[in-house]
Design a protein. Sequence first.
Length: 340
Amino acid sequence: MENLDVMVLRTLRDWRQAGKRALLTTVVRTWGSSPRPVGSIMALADDGAVVGSVSGGCIEDDLIARYSHAHGNGEEVPLGTPPALVKYGITADEAHRFGLPCGGTLELLLEYDPDAASLDTLVAELEKGRLMQRTVALASGAVKLAEATAPDELKVDDTELTNTFGPEYRMLLIGAGQLAEYLATMAKFSGFAVTLCDPRAEYRTAWSLPGVTITTEMPDDAVLAFRPDRRSCVVALTHDPKLDDLALLEALQTEAFYVGAIGSRRNADARRDRMIEHFDQTAESLARLRGPIGIYIGSKTPPEIAVSVMAEILAVKNAVTLPREVEVARAKGMQQLAMS
């Protein structure tokens, strides 16, 4: 499954190019618990079609009732109407009505009939893998597009809103096999573009998952070609040091947000010892290397292991502190205390 934001923007573009009136909704601010994060977008066509989401469904239903003409009761918004900021969940009754978590409030920006040409340019740049900023003037709805140098959070002030889109999160898997197929499936429906690397023909013959880029290069060359950035993860699954080690070392030189390898704790320790002894690494240079990978859930089968690994990858992506990080921080603190 492709990046949700690109899907929303492409669909909105198609609606506008077809002459449909439509609404682009962006989550601008949240207070308390919120079902969707700041920056989330949703598009609503005048015939009631919806793509994307800004809540668990009740706010979408309200927006459809207010602005869709599918049932003949939507509000008629004059052409050229500037964007509007609206809040949901201000009172306890509203929070209950719209299905917001206890104490939750969110603010949305509604853009009426966004310009089709601007949307077409934005989608074309995103499809090329570029990171783009879209800035909306709140007084007029005028849009400016610019290529961004780094991912950024949504920004809004009294005059404009800037949201950064794309490119997709990416995953490079080293090693084909059943576990890789399950992990790739979960990554795809989590919005990752997946590349599989395995130079071993006998392991690739059983691969059956469509929509995955396959490369037969040696894994370290594949990492160089993949060019991991801060929206990328690299996961080694072969258990073969000849394939995994050099690829992992190359990945650790990049901004990849997650670099890890499958294996037991004993194998992970042996891997680190091997890299220190033969590749002039240090404990510090290997600090980002994850292994054993996955959140402990007692997993035994390939699909269960894939769940645990994907959960850890998403936790790291979303900046969630995992129990393992807490243990490492505590151990470092105790070590420093003992040395003082």
